[in-house]
Design a protein around this ligand. Sequence first.
Ligand code: URA
Length: 209
Amino acid sequence: MGKVHSFDHPLIQHKLTYIRDENTGTKEFRELVEEVAMLMAYEITRDLPLAETTVKTPVSEAKTKVIAGKKLGLVPILRAGLGMVDGILRLIPAAKVGHVGLYRDPDTLQPVEYYCKLPTDVQERDLIVIDPMLATGGSAVAAVTFLKRQGAKNIKLMCLIAAPEGIHAVQQAHPDVDIFVAAIDEKLNDHGYIVPGLGDAGDRLFGTK
Ligand code: URA
């Protein structure tokens, strides 16, 4: 079963409060999401392997460490996932970014992929799938299924807020995928919104409401 990592860092929790607040405007919302994504990336990358190296300081030689060439890929699910990418890239600028777009078929209610552009070496990369709101889990499950079909082996899922229903769905479909969240909320409402949540993440990021 994939583990759920919930971040209780005070900075993340503080910023999440203002992200949730309906009075927070688009500019501030976008900045806060980016900042929280950066702080979460700091925690998510905790297990990156290190290699020994040496550098010459102005004083002497220092035996020190660098990240051991692990290849990372970020895969935001369009469109709300885009809001977290720049924050993560500030910490991991060498990561490649793929994009997956999904819509829900109105008849079958199943997610259908309408756009996909991935790094060519996706099979060799550790991937972080990004979706701020893990609601029913339908999109995240479909995106991970799709990435596995492309050969991806090592996948993490990063969200701002998750509903228990979404966590359950991902754990059932992809028990190898760990989930990283800033908060786990109460439930979904009848319209599929996370309660209390933050509303529609895409609309709030892009000012479309
Ligand atoms: N997507 C959102 O943007 N918000 C929710 O609450 C659920 C899904």
